[in-house]
Design a protein around this ligand. Structure first.
Ligand SMILES: *[C@@H]1O[C@H](CO)[C@@H](O)[C@H](O)[C@H]1NC(C)=O
Ligand SMILES: *[C@@H]1O[C@H](CO)[C@@H](O)[C@H](O)[C@H]1NC(C)=O
Ligand SMILES: *[C@@H]1O[C@H](CO)[C@@H](O)[C@H](O)[C@H]1NC(C)=O
Ligand SMILES: *[C@@H]1O[C@H](CO)[C@@H](O)[C@H](O)[C@H]1NC(C)=O
Ligand SMILES: *[C@@H]1O[C@H](CO)[C@@H](O)[C@H](O)[C@H]1NC(C)=O
Ligand SMILES: *[C@@H]1O[C@H](CO)[C@@H](O)[C@H](O)[C@H]1NC(C)=O
Ligand SMILES: *[C@@H]1O[C@H](CO)[C@@H](O)[C@H](O)[C@H]1NC(C)=O
Ligand SMILES: *[C@@H]1O[C@H](CO)[C@@H](O)[C@H](O)[C@H]1NC(C)=O
Ligand SMILES: *[C@@H]1O[C@H](CO)[C@@H](O)[C@H](O)[C@H]1NC(C)=O
Ligand SMILES: *[C@@H]1O[C@H](CO)[C@@H](O)[C@H](O)[C@H]1NC(C)=O
Ligand SMILES: *[C@@H]1O[C@H](CO)[C@@H](O)[C@H](O)[C@H]1NC(C)=O
Ligand SMILES: *[C@@H]1O[C@H](CO)[C@@H](O)[C@H](O)[C@H]1NC(C)=O
Length: 699
């Protein structure tokens, strides 16, 4: 632009600006704010919310005059009316009750909301605004302008209100519920009044009484996505004079109560489908030929339906498949199946699930052609022979599961060298499979889950595992390792939650202090671990170190650091001395086994510990009376105090254990009569009181 042009432009802009000032611009200005009526309505709505733990509605206050600027509120630029309420509680796909409670709004939806007459978008998902009654507020049906309603993840119960049929502009309706009890409906005719509906999710709404649901849904010619998972639907049969569903793309009918021949389902003609989920039903028989015409399919899930049969040829032309889940068919020929998929999917398919399909024979070398695979699950089949080297070509593979087969031969560096993306490997339960890599090998991957249980890894401890610093779960149960625990073991796996190294010949000791470790479950049974029991990891729930060579006495603080511990087996070691009082801090203990050690003295006088079911102390030198806190353990099933020095009378409350099956008290110094209450133990299967000083008669 030369100077003259610049000047001209300046002049033009100036003139335009002056003009627009002078003529009071016709360009619509943003109104000063929301209308007072709607602001009051929002404030009244907020009063119905009794708890907002994350402060998500902090900006909703009278002082902030313009409610259009409140968090989650969107207004029309033209009129200032509230059009959208985005009050969803953003949670990950799978969340815990705890995570839900930390951010969910609690309370109820009140009628002042109706003053927002122009509301088009209402997203209250993942909150708890159900009120004490837990019901869906039917008056929502009066907000005539609603286009989008999302109540997903609300703990609602009761009937889905038919008043929703008044929302004639509705395009999106999501009433799905994560888990637990949900709503029900006995009549869904109201859905036929929603001509614009494109997206409907009623997952977890009980529709068991509605048999003609496909006919009702068929009235919505614009439907693109229909999710009816876990709806207790009983039938998928329907004949149509005219199939309206020609635009349906996504159909989820998983986890219903269908029990009918696969081919009799109504949906096989829907060539527009890109997503079809049918897992967890009972749909036996042959897949119909029309499956071969569903060429738009990208995701097809069909596992856990029992005894269905697929002709691999049907998949030949489904060239858009990315996820194919065919677990639990009655049988499947892996060679033919891969041949069919090879026709057009080698660069496309990402996830292939073929578990529990009675697959025999060897894994074909052709598997190496599917270079986009990120998940390959062939677990629980009868694969034999060795794993082909071609597996190494799957550079995108993040998860491979070949567990529960009968693979043989060796897995070598050559198999693993190309698997740059691998995060999860499961080769467990292939007892003839050997993993053979050199001591200097550096893997190209960082695993998070590694399961090799009952394969052959030993006799040396596999040194390549030292690079796996991101491990969450390691299973090397019974892998023939006869070696010392390497010096790097506890630091490399300090972030792991599950370590399963039982049934090897591993020697070495535990670190003195495990307080910074993330372990939740530690299985070390049947090895040759020596040393003392250390301060335990804080999140530990399960500890098995039975059949080892632990010695020394237990330090006073040992157990106090792991208050979540529910299962502890320290039996058959050489532990001596007194049981420290810190054991009483294990208030969630259900299983305690200290048998076959050299423990002495009295069991500490604990309070609580009411969840105990197994209390096994036999073959020590423990003394004192039957620990009195056991009186409160109503769920006790198994009590073994035999071969100790316990004395005193058997307490009469022993008859209160309605669940007790095994009561073994022999070889102690118990005295007095057998309490008559013992006859109350209806489930008792074994009783041994031999070699005590007990007198009198058997009640
Ligand atoms: C309203 O204004 C905002 C920003 O001021 C803009 O992002 C949005 O697109 C406008 N909406 C309409 C419907 O004009
Ligand atoms: C409804 O909300 C949930 C959770 O916020 C979200 O996952 C889902 O996609 C929403 N449904 C629709 C139709 O947008
Ligand atoms: C929802 O809130 C109610 C109180 O209004 C409460 O009783 C209920 O336990 C809460 N539900 C969930 C799943 O948090
Ligand atoms: C809304 O729906 C209910 C139930 O279907 C119906 O009785 C009522 O008349 C409808 N209200 C309006 C204003 O249409
Ligand atoms: C659905 O409701 C029926 C009664 O209408 C009931 O028998 C059935 O147990 C319910 N199913 C589920 C999964 O809640
Ligand atoms: C197909 O959809 C249209 C529009 O919703 C509806 O009027 C018609 O009854 C439907 N046809 C069938 C056979 O359900
Ligand atoms: C599917 O299409 C075939 C052939 O076009 C037809 O015979 C059959 O009745 C259709 N099935 C359904 C459920 O519409
Ligand atoms: C597995 O296949 C064999 C023959 O290959 C057959 O005898 C057996 O019944 C099948 N098992 C199941 C569970 O289908
Ligand atoms: C699988 O199919 C191939 C090719 O049709 C055939 O050669 C092979 O014997 C079949 N395998 C089994 C286990 O039936
Ligand atoms: C597994 O393979 C081994 C060695 O080839 C064989 O001896 C064994 O019988 C097979 N086991 C099963 C359950 O097929
Ligand atoms: C442990 O080693 C001994 C010999 O040192 C051997 O007899 C035993 O079978 C081994 N146990 C395991 C589980 O490998
Ligand atoms: C224990 O679990 C809590 C909650 O999951 C977690 O925040 C904490 O980091 C864990 N502690 C360790 C040592 O991993």
């Amino acid at each position: 632009m030369d100077p003259t042009q610049q000047f001209l432009l300046f002049l033009l802009v100036g003139v335009a600006a002056t003009l627009s000032l002078a003529t009071n611009s016709p360009v619509p200005q943003r109104p000063a704010g929301c209308t007072p009526r709607e602001r009051e309505a929002l404030l009244a709505f907020k009063r119905g919310i009794t708890n907002d733990p994350a402060g998500r509605l902090a900006s909703w206050k009278r002082g902030n005059h313009d409610c259009c600027r409140w968090r989650g509120v969107q207004c029309s630029n033209l009129t200032g009316h509230v059009l959208e309420l985005h009050l969803q509680n953003n949670l990950p796909e799978y969340y815990s009750d705890f995570e839900f409670k930390v951010t969910a709004l609690v309370g109820k939806i009140t009628t002042p909301l109706l003053a927002l007459e122009h509301l088009e978008h209402l997203d209250l998902s993942n909150n708890n605004l159900t009120g004490p009654a837990g019901r869906f507020p039917g008056f929502i049906g009066s907000l005539r302008n609603l286009i989008y309603v999302n109540f997903s993840g609300m703990p609602l119960t009761g009937m889905v209100p038919p008043q929703l049929g008044n929302l004639t502009k509705l395009q999106y309706l999501d009433l799905s519920r994560g888990n637990g009890i949900g709503m029900y409906s006995t009549d869904i005719q109201w859905l036929t009044h929603l001509p614009s509906l494109r997206y409907l999710d009623l997952s977890n709404v009980n529709l068991s009484r509605i048999s003609d649901w496909p006919r009702v849904m068929n009235m919505n010619a614009d439907l693109r996505a229909l999710y009816l998972s876990s709806c207790a639907l009983t039938s998928a049969s329907q004949s149509f004079s005219h199939l309206n569903f020609t635009r349906l793309e996504k159909l989820d009918l998983s986890d219903n109560d269908f029990n009918q021949p696969l081919a009799s389902c109504w949906f096989w003609n829907l060539t527009s489908l890109t997503y079809l989920d049918l897992i967890m039903n009972i749909l036996p028989g042959q897949f119909p030929d029309s499956l071969g015409d569903m060429k738009a399919l990208q995701v097809f899930r069909f596992s856990s339906n029992g005894h269905s049969i697929i002709m691999p040829n049907l998949l030949r032309n489904l060239c858009n498949l990315e996820i194919l889940d065919l677990g639990s068919l009655s049988s499947c020929n892996i060679t033919e199946l891969l041949d069919s998929l090879m026709h057009c999917l080698t660069k496309r398919i990402r996830k292939l699930y073929l578990w529990d399909n009675n697959i025999t024979g060897t894994l074909p070398t052709g598997v190496g052609k599917f270079t986009s695979l990120d998940t390959l699950d062939l677990s629980h089949n009868q694969l034999t022979g060795s794993v082909p080297y071609e597996i190494s070509m799957l550079t995108s593979l993040a998860k491979i599961d070949l567990s529960l087969n009968n693979l043989t031969g060796e897995i070598t560096e050559k198999h693993l060298a190309g698997l740059k993306s691998l995060k999860t490997i499961d080769l467990s339960s292939n007892q003839y499979l050997k993993i053979v890599v050199g001591p200097e090998w550096q893997p190209p991957f960082r695993l998070e889950v590694a399961r090799f249980g009952s394969c052959q890894l030993g006799p040396m401890f596999p040194s390549w595992l030292q690079w796996m610093v991101n491990i969450k779960e390691l299973d090397i149960w019974s892998t023939g390792i006869t070696d010392q625990l390497p010096h790097w073991f506890w630091t490399t796996f300090s972030k792991a939650t599950d370590l399963v190294i039982s049934s090897n010949n591993i020697s070495g000791s535990l670190p003195a202090n495990m307080e910074t470790m993330s372990l939740e479950r530690l299985y070390l049974g049947s090895n040759q671990i020596t040393g003392v029991i250390p301060i335990l990891p804080p999140n530990l729930t399960l500890l098995e170190i039975q059949n080892n060579m632990l010695s020394g006495s237990v330090a006073s603080k040992t157990f106090g650091s792991a208050p979540q511990l529910g299962f502890m087996d320290l039996s058959s070691n050489n532990i001596k001395g007194h049981i420290p009082g810190s054991i009483c801090e294990l208030q969630h203990l259900q299983y305690l086994n200290l048998a076959n050690n050299h423990l002495e003295g009295e069991f500490p006088q604990c309070i609580g510990m009411t969840e105990l079911q197994h209390f096994i102390l036999n073959n020590n030198s423990l003394s004192g009376k039957v620990p009195s806190f056991l009186k409160g353990c109503k769920q006790l099933k198994y009590l073994d105090l035999s071969q100790n020095k316990f004395h005193g009378r058997l307490p009469s409350w022993i008859g209160n254990f309605s669940e007790v099956q095994i009561l073994i008290l022999n070889n102690n110094s118990f005295s007095g009569h057998i309490p008559t209450s013992i006859t109350n133990l209806a489930k008792l299967a074994r009783l041994n009181l031999a070699n005590n000083n007990i007198s009198g008669v058997l009640p």
